[in-house]
Design a binder for this molecule. Structure first.
Ligand code: HEM
Length: 142
């Protein structure tokens, strides 16, 4: 049996998560397809509502990587209940996330965060395809 201390799930700091989240949502605000959806849900203009959103998302990621447990939300419900969020948008969201992670983080940390985002994104996308579906009915894929 090994007596070594288990490694933390991800070797990433809260500061690195803050940098990633700030740049990612800056790009989201400018994005032609995703920007308007977030503008409607959060705020048209950059400002305090966006800082609050980024703080919530940073807490979500700190929770996801095991840094702390401050996040208390339900991402599945948020996405399923927002009819603007379509299954076909997830690959665009994830591509933007991957590009940004690769810019902000070391290659290893970027790969870990990107893989985690893909896993979570798959779950959310599936939830969105099932929204409003009668059990057994075909999923809505676009
Ligand atoms: C099609 C792609 C996506 C779109 C259009 C989208 C859109 C949104 C919007 C508009 C909100 C704000 C809801 C509100 O505050 O009223 C939100 C919240 C959030 N999103 Fe996404 N999202 C997408 C994918 C993802 C993915 C892949 C993740 C995680 C890997 C994610 C994580 C979150 C989290 C954690 C929240 C906060 C939930 C809460 O209120 O606790 N989103 N999203």
């Amino acid at each position: 049996m090994s007596t070594a201390t288990p490694l933390p799930k991800f070797d990433i700091t809260a500061e690195e998560i803050d940098q990633l989240v700030a740049l990612f949502y800056k790009r989201i605000r400018w994005h032609p397809m995703l920007g308007p959806i977030f503008a409607r849900a959060i705020a048209e203009e950059d400002g305090p509502e966006w800082r609050a959103h980024e703080a919530k998302i940073a807490a979500f990621w700190r929770n996801a990587v095991g840094l702390d447990r401050a996040y208390d939300g339900n991402p599945m419900r948020v996405h399923v209940e927002n009819p603007d969020v379509r299954p076909g948008m997830f690959s665009t969201w994830l591509d933007l996330f991957h590009i940004t992670a690769a810019e902000v983080l070391s290659p290893e940390k970027a790969a870990n965060m990107s893989a985690l985002a893909e896993r979570i994104g798959q779950g959310l996308r599936y939830g969105v395809t099932q929204r409003g579906q009668v059990r057994g009915a075909p999923p809505v894929l676009r």
